[in-house]
Design a protein around this ligand. Sequence first.
Ligand code: ZN
Ligand code: ZN
Length: 438
Amino acid sequence: MKMSRFVIAASFAVGIAVGVLFVAHGSFLIPSIVAQESDGSAPLVSPTEPREREYYTPNTKRLAPDEMRVIACGTGMPTTRAAQAAACFLVELGNGDKFIFDIGSGSAERISSLQIPYDFLDKVFVGHLHADHFGSLGELFIGGALMGRQKPLRVWGPTGPSPELGTAYAVQKLQEMYTWDLSGRVGLVDFRGYSIEVNEFDYKAENAVIYQDNGVTIRSFPAIHSLDGPVSFSLEWSGLKFVFGSDTYPNTWFLKYAKDADIAIHECFVAVPDLVTKMRFTPEQALLVGTQIHTAPEAFGKVMSAIKPRIAVAYHFFKDFDTTAGVNDRIRTTYDGPLSLAEDFMVWNITSDEIRVRMAIVEEATWAPPLAGAAKPPRGVADKRVFSEASGVSVDDMTYSDFIIGGRWGDVDDVLRGVYEEAGEALGREFPYPEDGE
Ligand SMILES: [Zn+2]
Ligand SMILES: [Zn+2]
């Protein structure tokens, strides 16, 4: 076997040499040379059998009972771009549990590309309340319910130095912001998923257990970023430890509680020169934001050298052809251990003996994923009454006024009745056509 490998390598070298000639003639034969044994008999690779590929296609691989899978659903910045959503990491465990850590702007689209039933995506842990860390919460809340979440969305996040600076306040206001949206949906859709349960915990608590269920323990510890309030998280399950820093200046709590992590995700901010040339920051602002509010790449490396995770994950920079090498070089001045420079849809499969890093290949033009529970038809006015109690909106206002009804064009009535009849014939039961305004 060793012999034939050597021959392949030699053939490859020859192929490159002769390939130049073949290119000139419009064909390039290296692949066929490489795929053949030296004597030209059986090919090393089957021309008809499927092969394992080095990427991850969501929902096509079983998660082993002792395996953790982490998927980057956002690795970027508050300045939005199509190439990278903002902070969001999905953790999937072999026991079936799934957890979302931060839900930054743009990440809800990334999550929908994974086609995971939304009932499984009901637990979100928010490290701090910057838009690039919870800006997609509203989309996961509304869109997730519409795409099949049949239970309230559950959010865990820190208190702040005053009630207005805490997670409960932000989530309450978010729900209030959607009062018109919710008032228009209630009664028309299965409304079980259209509420948020908030679990606020003390941002100063050190390594405090904030979640414990089904063998999973999630702890919180303080972070240093922008104002009082931000936290970092650890998740421990089945002998594996995941740590997520959210945003923070290098801090002693992280050094202490992120130790022994199998995977440690920590911010690694845009390098200061790039903040000036690409983000248009003044040098003063770039130095302050890039080294004092956030963790500069060189400092990220020092943090990882101190905690020595099985794999260090750097995120929170724009990872482009002309920025990646610079960030890597800066990290490598202070850290020489295992490292991933994260980008969206990077995937880590972690067991006690192996860490495998790949990219996910996902669909973009997705619809709703499969439902985890049986669908229920809307409950009409019963749901409206419950929502009215909670929101203060009167049930009468959850429908059209006579003024608006008066503007309906009656000439489409016949074709729309036809759609009802079509459904009745297809499904073998009667669907009563709604009266005006119902
Ligand atoms: Zn932040
Ligand atoms: Zn951030």
